[in-house]
Write a new protein. Structure first.
Length: 710
């Protein structure tokens, strides 16, 4: 294995598989449906996954950047104008402090703020718009002296500044003295011009309160000659964190401006709406109601961050492409030559069978004959039909959202999709109902509301529908030409008869029937399409254990059933003993000690624990002695025969292990004690034992009631 990139800081994890000496195992993962997979199906599916996920990721990142830009603009403007937009008549200068509460948009928001602060503004020639930033973390400010030293050296030691000002150690002030920063700034500003010095404090809630009080006090006394600005990055939902934590004497020295980044369900709704329900973007994979429900629950209850959204959607793509060989058809169909290969016959047969079933259920699906070319044409047609159905579903959903937004603007109650046992609210609930094929009853409510609209209200709705249909992408808008013509005729009919109530009533009734029929036709379930599971996750549950495994259950399972996690990869599956046939003698040391741990009371006598552990290891030793004796007593012919077939387990053991079984009792006892201490320390490290102050030869158990993990 090549380890030349172990120093790459962009990689956080490396997989180093265990390969015994002389073994050449095949570590390539096998497909669960390998019998009907293409010869190079894994590579083709991985390429399709890479294209689909990259496309989806870029879209979600664009949406997040749009959300960030709205917050960044105001924060940057306030930071740059901290010393130009000052309230006149103050009795003493105040130290500018800007807080940014960021719960969901992640660390990239702060990076973007810092980048924009240091960029030169070309729209104006005012020097006050320039900023220089440094970043400090809680570990950088353990004490007052260390904090002041970090602030001063952070500005002075910046590469482009150090070239301008040469420091003479023999005549310099202390590197934690604020006057040294004042002197340096006067010299540097004379060459570079005026610039706000912004100190970004990451995770501000974790900074020592008393230390920060002193830093604020020292810096506030130099605001007339040193334009310092403290930028506090906070994750606490409390908007008044400073008021709660810091005394009034400190707050009176500060001019605090609070900013809050978008957070909560609206971020999740915005990302989902513009990624999977927007006609301007067509994802290769559409999420189903089960995934959407899990994502909403996980985001609102456990991890309200864009990182959580990206992780869930990423895992959905990974699982989708790894669980079904047909997902290789997501973007295109393999060529005729590839499908004509004899090794692809099972894949082609299964695909043709699925198409025939779809043909019986859907007259629009035409299989033709059983030739490869006909199969390719039918698959391409099915892909095109599915994507058109997905576009229709988005159009119908956006019309529902348009009508609901209009009703809310006019003061009406609107559709009651937020009232549900699951307590999903707003667009999140509507998306779930759409994918679950349960939104049709709300479409009927739209028809009822449409008949009750006034003339002016109906014209507003028709105009918005007209703008929506004409704002669709060109290829989609062309297919909606009948709907655009019908909308135009209704608008003209109402305009030409402004005083006729009969004409308006007829137009209102016509619009009600048309909008209900049009939306109902659009929001048909995607599961009625042929081969829908290639492009749609449907009701497949999200693998929650991949993103949020139970640490306690994983530890207990690993200790109780270690062979399910770390079996010998050279051991033949056919010869591997079942879990029921394994004994405690076959377990590793830590698992043996943990098994005896479970048999003890709340207080564990260490000596008794050791004796029970030693009895198991003695059994292991006796078993190995019997194997050594048996192997030595075999004839050369039987040894060769057993070695050739791999049936003599003793012959497969290393020579060093045999020597351990033959060593004298004194050395064996020392070895057992060392193994006991090592296993004991491992359980101590995992938190299973607690040292008791009452009895030095006893330990206390910390874990009970684990029958469900056995």
């Amino acid at each position: 294995m090549d380890f030349q990139n172990l120093d790459d800081i962009s990689k956080t994890t490396y997989c180093i598989p265990y390969i015994p000496q002389g073994a050449q195992p095949d570590l390539t993962p096998k497909s669960f449906y390998e019998d009907r997979d293409l010869e190079d199906g894994r590579e083709l599916r991985f390429e399709a996954y890479r294209v689909a996920w990259s496309k989806c990721l870029r879209r979600m990142q664009e949406i997040v950047h749009e959300l960030q830009d709205a917050s960044v603009k105001d924060v940057v403007k306030e930071t740059r104008e901290s010393y130009t937009n000052v309230l006149p008549g103050l009795p003493y200068p105040e130290l500018p402090v800007i807080t940014l509460t960021n719960l969901s948009l992640g660390a990239t928001l702060l990076d973007k703020v810092s980048t924009n602060l240091e960029q030169d503004e070309h729209d104006t020639e005012e020097e006050s718009f320039r900023c220089t930033t440094i970043h400090l973390y809680p570990g950088d400010v353990p004490t007052l002296a260390a904090g002041m030293r970090a602030i001063i050296s952070g500005f002075v030691d910046k590469e482009r500044m150090a070239e301008m000002v040469e420091r003479k150690p023999t005549s310099s002030l202390a590197n934690y003295d604020i006057k040294y920063l004042v002197a340096w700034y006067k010299s540097w500003a004379h060459e570079q011009g005026y610039s706000n010095l912004v100190i970004v404090l990451h995770d501000f809630e974790q900074f020592d309160t008393e230390v920060m009080q002193d830093i604020f006090y020292i810096c506030s006394g130099q605001t007339s000659v040193l334009p310092l600005v403290f930028f506090l990055s906070m994750t606490s939902p409390l908007s008044n964190y400073l008021n709660i934590t810091y005394p009034r004497a400190t707050l009176s020295l500060l001019r605090v401006r609070n900013f809050s980044a978008p957070s909560g369900p609206q971020i999740l709704q915005e990302i989902l709406l513009k990624t999977f329900f927007d006609t301007n973007f067509q994802p290769d994979i559409m999420i189903g109601p089960a995934v959407l429900e899990y994502l909403q629950d996980y985001f609102t209850r456990f991890h309200p961050s864009v990182d959580a959204i990206f992780t869930v959607v990423h895992l959905v793509h990974l699982r989708h492409f790894s669980s079904e060989p047909l997902t290789v058809l997501v973007n295109d169909t393999p060529a005729n030559q590839a499908l004509s290969n004899t090794k692809a016959s099972a894949f082609v047969d299964f695909l043709q069978k699925r198409i025939r079933i779809s043909h019986r259920n859907n007259e629009d699906t035409n299989m033709g004959d059983d030739s490869i070319s006909s199969t390719i044409e039918a698959t391409n047609a099915i892909r095109k039909d599915f994507r058109r159905r997905m576009i229709d579903m988005k159009i119908g959903f956006q019309l529902i959202v348009l009508f609901q937004s209009f009703l809310e603007e006019q003061g009406y109650k609107g559709l009651d999709w937020s009232q549900s046992p699951e307590k999903r609210e707003g667009l999140g609930r509507a998306m779930l109902l759409l994918l679950d094929d349960s939104l049709k009853k709300y479409v009927k409510q739209i028809g009822v509301f449409a008949r009750k609209l006034k003339r002016e209200e109906l014209m507003i709705v028709l105009n918005r529908i007209y703008q929506f249909l004409h704002s669709l992408p060109i290829d989609i808008s062309a297919a909606e030409q009948p709907a655009k013509l019908h909308n135009t005729s209704m608008r003209m009919e109402i305009k030409q008869s402004p005083d006729s109530e009969d004409v308006f009533d007829a137009a209102s009734e016509n619009f009600s029937g048309w909008i209900v029929g049009y939306i109902s036709e659009k929001i048909k379930s995607l599961e009625t399409c042929a081969l829908w599971d290639i492009w749609y996750t449907g009701r497949s549950l999200f693998p929650a254990e991949l993103i949020n495994p139970s640490i306690r259950a994983s530890l207990l399972a690993g200790l109780l059933r270690p062979h399910e996690f770390a079996d010998d990869i050279n051991e033949n599956l056919a010869q591997r003993p079942d879990a029921e046939s394994r004994t405690i003698r076959d377990l590793p040391d830590t698992s043996i000690l943990f098994k005896r741990y479970l048999d003890s009371s709340k207080l564990i006598n260490v000596y008794d624990w050791y004796e029970s552990f030693k009895s198991v290891l003695d059994d292991q030793r006796q078993e190995r002695l019997r194997e050594v004796t048996a192997s030595r007593n075999q004839s050369p012919r039987k040894k060769a025969k057993g070695k050739g077939k791999g049936k003599a387990k003793a012959l497969s053991q290393p020579a060093a292990e045999m020597d351990l079984a033959l060593e004298d009792d004194e050395k064996w006892d020392i070895r057992v004690q060392a193994r006991f201490i090592r296993a004991l320390h491992e359980l101590d490290y995992l938190g299973f034992i607690k040292h008791s102050g009452r009895k030095k030869d006893h330990l206390m158990r910390t874990v009970f009631d684990i029958d469900n993990a056995e």
